[in-house]
Design a protein around this ligand. Structure first.
Ligand SMILES: *Cc1c(COP(=O)(O)O)cnc(C)c1O
Length: 369
């Protein structure tokens, strides 16, 4: 028998979460962000659930090629833009839209159109409105926009920016404010479609923002972008990935006995400990603290002791019925429908849902449900 760990992908949940994005952004086109292999879910696995999206967004041309191979003929946006002149040939061949964020990319476009007079690109011109990662500064943006609009290979242009704090406050103000006002001011001279919203902005600020295209990522995968202010239930989102394994051994501890490497956990009373076939080599965070929630037979209990490569240990003291073979949910749904949100687990592990779902490793078999 294979080792009992499996990652389940819930297509109904993915489709449901996309519909939530659409309901929150009724006047917008909703792009499904499927970068990082669909946030660890697998592009081929999620594709059917996301066919109702208005477009897809990702970073790697190789991933875009996989979407085309699946039959997707709509828009695909490269969120990090092109990394070389050669990428333009692929964008041309695969009909990809891309972010344009720096002056050197304008030069590549100029060079490309010399040799490919038939090429027509839909480009998303990015402004650095304050996050200071990608984009033209507000001072340079209008000049770049004008330069681009004169290129014969540029077919359509969309204004783009990305929020650093759409999930909450920044320096005592609404987090979107400092960027959005500046952005509006700079782009007003050049009427064109706009894309600004990520998941947090879709859920929290649909009424405050104008975004002709929204870029929904994490919310599609059943993680709340502004946890713990809001949990997935508050946003009507469903877990799209469930990491499940089983109890493979049970240990009865006396008071004073310890569990696992480093003897980090010491029983202060007689305890019953379940050993689970899941470790950091499966993508479970090694730094998860004692107390990180898990579900055993759909009932909430907690991790105790250190996570090792292939195993972790959980408290079964109050679950005498849970024995070898009991279902363990590391995050997601139990087969009886109990929910352990990936956000609750991530918080106790010192990280975010994004990292957990992206981190499930190669050796874990995936099952589509
Ligand atoms: C990843 C990404 C998104 C999606 O962000 P979520 O927080 O996952 O919704 C949107 N826009 C850009 C530019 C991104 O890189």
């Amino acid at each position: 028998m294979p080792r009992p760990i499996q990652a389940f992908i819930h297509l109904d949940a993915l489709a449901h979460n996309l519909q939530v994005a659409k309901n929150n952004a009724i006047a917008s086109q909703v792009y499904a962000v499927v970068k990082a292999n669909a946030y660890g879910h697998g592009i081929e696995r999620v594709y059917d659930a996301f066919k109702q999206a208005d477009g897809f967004a990702l970073l790697d041309i190789a991933e875009a090629e996989r979407l085309r191979a699946l039959g997707w003929q709509g828009d695909i946006l490269l969120l990090e833009g092109i990394f070389s002149l050669q990428d333009l040939a692929d964008c041309h061949r695969l009909n990809l839209s891309f972010t344009l964020h720096s002056a050197h990319q304008i030069e590549w476009l100029q060079q490309f159109q010399h040799s490919h007079s038939d090429a027509q690109f839909n480009i998303f011109v990015k402004m650095n409105s304050g996050m200071n990662r990608l984009g033209f500064s507000p001072e340079d943006y209008q000049n770049a926009w004008q330069q681009l609009s004169r290129l014969s290979c540029v077919h359509t242009m969309t204004h783009m920016m990305h929020f650093s704090d759409a999930d909450g406050m920044r320096f005592g103000e609404l987090g979107i404010q400092y960027q959005y006002e500046l952005f509006q001011q700079i782009i007003q001279q050049f009427p064109a479609p706009v894309t600004v919203s990520n998941s947090a902005a879709i859920l929290r600020h649909s009424v405050d923002l104008h975004s002709d295209i929204v870029r929904s990522g994490i919310m599609l995968y059943g993680s709340s972008p502004d946890y713990p202010s809001h949990r997935i239930q508050d946003w009507n989102l469903l877990p799209s990935m469930s990491l499940r394994s089983e109890i493979i051994a049970v240990q009865n501890l006396s008071e004073g006995h310890s569990v696992g490497y480093g003897s980090r956990f010491v029983a202060d009373r007689p305890m019953r400990i379940g050993v689970v076939a899941c470790g950091y080599a499966d993508g479970y965070q090694r730094l998860s603290a004692t107390g990180t929630p898990v579900l055993v037979n759909g009932q909430r209990t907690q991790l105790v002791g250190r996570v090792s490569m292939d195993m972790l240990t959980v408290d079964l003291t109050d679950m005498p019925q849970a024995d070898v073979g009991a279902e363990v949910v590391l995050w997601g749904n139990s087969s009886c429908g109990a929910v352990l949100s990936i956000d609750d687990v991530a918080q106790a592990s010192g990280t975010v849902g994004y990292e957990l779902m992206c981190g499930v490793t190669q050796r874990v078999p995936f099952v589509i449900q």
